[in-house]
Design a binder for this molecule. Structure first.
Ligand SMILES: [Zn+2]
Ligand SMILES: [Zn+2]
Length: 181
């Protein structure tokens, strides 16, 4: 098949038309995409207009420039990050202070690693940490050994002397080393 010159020029016109239409569509979509993208990244209207202008005027190289210069994070990501930072700060502020040295200590810690102050005592039954003032484990309901001594009269103490000694022996052996530090 041999193409005569008029068919060939017609083909070229059609191809050029397609190319122009495609380029125009690409240009418009890039502008639209940039507008949508910058809206999620910047609140400043001037920045938004500038970004769209750069892409509209410079086209593909402008797209490259925009891609390099656009804010790295979207507003939503920035908001999420702020929330996370605030939550982290809050959890730090909420944590308890060691009564011995004032360091921040975690709730589940039994002793302060800085000054060795006793913070909690382990339940002798289930081993969960209890406040030092508690006489009953809130997890398993076991009373602390020897807790009744506080409420006992002198008579009771004398009457229960053998039991008391046994109790002392029990609590002394059950208390972990480093108790008195
Ligand atoms: Zn401490
Ligand atoms: Zn317990």
């Amino acid at each position: 098949m041999v193409l005569d010159p008029s068919t060939l020029s017609n083909l070229i016109v059609v191809a050029a038309g397609f190319a122009a239409a495609f380029t125009a569509a690409l240009w418009l979509s890039l502008i639209f995409w940039t507008y949508r993208d910058i809206r999620r990244r910047a609140r400043d209207p001037l920045v938004r207009i500038l970004a769209v202008l750069v892409v509209a005027v410079l086209f593909l190289p402008g797209m490259l420039v925009y891609y390099i210069l656009r804010p790295a994070r979207t507003l939503e990501e920035e908001f999420q990050q702020t929330l996370e930072e605030e939550a982290l700060l809050q959890s730090i502020e909420d944590s308890a202070l060691c009564p011995g040295c004032g360091r921040r200590v975690r709730d589940e810690w039994v002793a302060c690693p800085g000054c060795y102050t006793r913070l909690k005592k382990p339940c002798h039954q289930c081993g969960k940490p209890m406040e030092l003032a508690w006489n009953l484990c809130p997890f398993c309901g076991t009373p602390t050994p020897g807790m009744r001594r506080d409420n006992m009269t002198l008579d009771d103490a004398l009457r229960n002397l053998p039991n008391e000694q046994a109790d002392n022996g029990l609590s002394a052996s059950s208390s972990p080393p480093g108790d008195q530090v």
